[in-house]
Design a binder for this molecule. Structure first.
Ligand code: HEM
Length: 451
């Protein structure tokens, strides 16, 4: 084995450096060591890769490099032991197959109008002249959208309970009361509802109760015209031809809920930041949307080229997830000239690839035009990762991001309250704006409804 070079500092010090300024740390590493470097975690080498050739190999060489679920075991208390993140091989492939149709094509298109209406509902609750935090405001929109798509619920007592509970649970999951025990499992002590970890377990039990009650109702009274994910999973069969158990169904939801609410809200909050930081971008976007007339069809909005380029540039400059989930070398392999032994962990660095000077000149500049001038390969532009774990929510995320952004830009005049550059800060797997992004609503435009 010959490992790429890397810092010789102790792992705990590197961990602190990464936690305090993750992007600065990655920039520093790549300046010093290039596109591939090693960080030792105890005796396990973690090899970080930040260029397209390396990415291609990680995603396509599936015999020697595997997307092991075991490497994500730390997330089990958060997402469930049968979550996609913790599965691999045949079980992982067959569960992913069940999720893909409800998150793609016509199935998500059916939610377009609702996404625009929800955006207006949430934005209309803001007061003119009063500041608000954009990230949690966008989380309100994305939570409602994902609840609808996953569970087919948008009204009624159970829906209201579920919405409130999940907002509470997912915010609590991002607090130090949960994040610290996730890193130090010996702190995961359930000492009753009033203890920090006990409260987390209590909230999950509440979720399970609501979900199992809904599953039981639907098993007794199936609705053949329902197309939400839960309705499909109840009658879906696993890789051995058996119906999924309630627990298997339940465990598929948390990772989708976190992706659906937080990754999407992160991307949309960054969209509001960049579009309002560079007024020329907002003007050009508005001009393009207006060119569709007074009541544009939703699909023609989603297909607008400049809107698409703006969304891609947002996901390039600050990818919501800066690294892929880890992969593991299963059989001896060669990666970018280095011979790696089984057990080596490989981390695809999305952020460094997106900031590669040769691919993206002036990488720190926000320039949507680069996506109009050049088509990038899936190994050069990869905000949704790739290979076996490629994000199953990609189509929904882009669809939602474009509709929410277009609705806000065309109907509301917002401004940033702060002129300082905003930095990303890690929250779970995502990197939303560190301050939550303070903005102010200046004016609501008169408008006709989108169709
Ligand atoms: C702009 C929004 C989003 C971005 C940028 C994003 C990005 C990513 C990335 C980078 C990965 C890791 C891929 C890899 O390791 O190769 C991932 C995985 C995943 N994402 Fe997303 N995501 C977004 C939205 C969503 C949404 C809306 C959902 C659910 C509806 C979702 C659910 C998931 C799940 C379940 C996985 C794990 C897949 C697996 O283990 O097979 N994400 N996402």
């Amino acid at each position: 084995m010959n490992l790429p070079q890397g810092p010789k500092l102790p792992a705990w010090l590197l961990r602190i450096q990464f936690a305090t300024d993750p992007l600065g740390f990655l920039d520093q590493m790549s300046q010093r060591y290039g596109d591939i470097f090693t960080i030792m975690s105890d005796s396990t080498p973690l090899v970080f890769v930040g260029n397209p050739q390396g990415m291609k190999q990680i995603f396509t060489n599936t015999t020697e490099i595997i997307a092991s679920g075991e490497l994500n075991e730390q997330a089990a208390p958060l997402v469930g032991k049968n979550s996609l993140l913790l599965l691999d091989g045949l079980r992982h492939r067959s569960r992913r197959k069940l999720l893909i149709p409800p998150l793609h094509g016509n199935r998500i298109r059916a939610y377009g109008q609702q996404i625009c209406d929800l955006t207006e509902k949430v934005m209309n609750q803001l007061q003119i002249g009063k500041s608000f935090l954009a990230y949690p405001t966008m989380q309100k929109i994305t939570l409602e959208v994902i609840l609808n798509i996953l569970f087919g619920l948008h009204a009624g007592e159970r829906y209201q309970k579920l919405r409130k509970l999940l907002a509470n649970l997912m915010n609590y999951a991002r607090s130090p009361f949960v994040e610290i025990p996730l890193s130090f499992p010996f702190l995961q002590q359930d000492l009753g509802r009033w203890s920090p970890w006990g409260y987390f377990r209590y909230l999950w039990r509440q979720f399970d109760q609501l979900l199992y009650a809904e599953i039981s109702d639907r098993r007794q009274q199936p609705n053949p015209s329902a197309h939400d994910l839960l309705s499909e999973l109840i009658f879906a069969r696993n890789e051995t031809g058996e119906l999924l158990t309630n627990e298997e169904i339940r465990d598929l939801f948390p990772s989708l809920l976190f992706g659906g609410r937080d990754a999407s809200a992160t991307a949309i909050a960054w969209a509001l930041y960049w579009v309002h930081r560079q007024s020329a971008v907002r003007e050009q976007l508005l001009k393009e949307i207006k060119s569709l007339g007074d009541s544009p069809d939703l699909m023609s909005i989603v297909e607008l080229p400049y809107l698409n380029a703006v969304c891609y540039e947002i996901l390039r400059i600050y990818p919501t997830q800066v690294v892929t989930f880890p992969r593991r070398v299963e059989l001896p392999t060669e990666l970018m000239g280095y011979k790696l032994s089984p057990g080596t962990v490989i981390i695809g660095c999305i952020y460094l690839t997106h900031h590669h000077q040769d691919l993206y000149p002036q990488p720190q500049q926000f320039q949507p035009e680069r996506f109009l001038e050049k088509q990038y390969s899936p190994y050069e532009f990869l905000p949704f990762g790739g290979g076996a774990r490629r994000c199953p929510g990609e189509a929904l995320a882009l669809f939602e991001m474009k509709l929410v952004l277009a609705t806000i830009v065309s109907h509301y005049q917002l401004a940033l309250t702060n002129t300082h550059p905003e930095k990303p800060r890690p929250q779970g797997a995502n990197y939303p704006p560190a301050s939550g992004l303070k903005m102010v609503l200046c004016k609501i435009n008169q408008h006709q409804k989108q169709r």
